[in-house]
Design a protein around this ligand. Sequence first.
Ligand SMILES: Cc1cc2nc3c(=O)[nH]c(=O)nc-3n(C[C@H](O)[C@H](O)[C@H](O)COP(=O)(O)OP(=O)(O)OC[C@H]3O[C@@H](n4cnc5c(N)ncnc54)[C@H](O)[C@@H]3O)c2cc1C
Length: 412
Amino acid sequence: MSKSDVVVIGNGVAGLVSALVSANQGQKVTLLSYGAGTFPLNSGLIDLLGYDDAGNAVENPIEAIAKVADSHPYKKIGVETIKEAVKFFKNVVASEGHPYVGDVDQQQWVITGVGTLKPTCLLPESMRGNKCFKAKEIVLVGVKELKDYYVDMVAENLPKELGEDKKYTVVSIDTGLQGGRDLTTRDVAYWADTDAGYSSLVSQLKAFAGAGKVLVVPQILGTKGGTVYQKISKELGCDIVETTGMPPSVNGVRLRDALLSALKKKGIHVIENSKAEHVEFRGNKAVAVKAGGEVRLQTYEAKKFILATGGFYNGGITMRDIGAPKEMVFGLQVEADCVEETWANKQLFSDKKHGFALAGVKTDASLRGVNASGKTIENVYVAGRNLSGYDFCFEHSGNGVALGSAYKAAKA
Ligand SMILES: Cc1cc2nc3c(=O)[nH]c(=O)nc-3n(C[C@H](O)[C@H](O)[C@H](O)COP(=O)(O)OP(=O)(O)OC[C@H]3O[C@@H](n4cnc5c(N)ncnc54)[C@H](O)[C@@H]3O)c2cc1C
């Protein structure tokens, strides 16, 4: 049996950040991790709020957050907590060699893998698309044998976003890698980590670089945070920008590695492949979680629990029959408007919020979970995608809510 001050369940942004904040307060933390979080999918960008309820683009995220509906998790988290959480996050990633730029009061822009622009708030400098706004020429770089990156599609769409007055050039580089299969951005980023790969990348890109130009590349500038970007942009003598892209997301994994490294330095006990299955309660308090693999469950006692299991997207909440959603660990109440017609729109990226995305665990003002009989569980806090009242895809707020709620849950 293990005893901690805090047991965190789930290893996405919400789980890793809440574990770090708790440990920073001197608490003994155990993190039960299962799967990889959404990191390999989500480009590691921290969107705070991209669009308001009416679908209008938000210019100043923190101002717009102050006006969200009462049902939105940001209302419970609070503007000041969000500012503190952002500061905390930026300090952590900077000290891990993967610094993020941007702040709560100004939207930043990234170029997507299909050549559209997407708002975000915190991002590594290598992905800051704003650098293209003033460029005279945009050089769109494809990579031979790279799958799921269509440079011609980027070339077709980007001028519609950045303006036709710039010059757009399409070029290609060759890694020379031969693995008997198509390459992923991860393969190319690993190649750029090596001395030979890096030299080849620089010499090929130099042929297209020049004053007034910005080179746009998929996420290939190494696996280790800002190091390759800083070096290469100096050597090229012009800016270079990474797009988002299809999974596996190199930058999502860079962010996960940075947070895990910080966790390790804090001595946080990370139990891998450990799925929380059952809970022991005493009155309105949880006392222990049982978790483990297929064969044997271990008991993890704690004074406080933070539930960060990712909601519908990652198995934290499931629903076998319409109308009966279930939170899988503590049996907490799930708020959901289970109307078949509005549960899921035809298109994922739709002009309406999805019913399933708004569904989530019911919490009190401090983010403590509420059980099926309407009682607050005194020592169980809920963070991230488990929370009800927001559609991250519609409003672009996924990692922002994860970060803010994790910070609030850990500080409570
Ligand atoms: C394709 C895609 C792209 C996205 N792009 C962006 C973006 O660009 N910017 C942005 O801000 N947001 C983005 N998001 C949203 C963002 O990724 C999520 O909202 C946010 O990361 C959720 O974090 P989380 O920690 O709550 O959950 P998750 O990342 O889902 O992590 C939950 C973890 O808990 C684990 N778990 C589940 N049940 C248990 C259990 N019983 N025991 C132990 N562990 C368990 C899961 O396996 C998982 O590893 C994107 C999401 C998707 C799907």
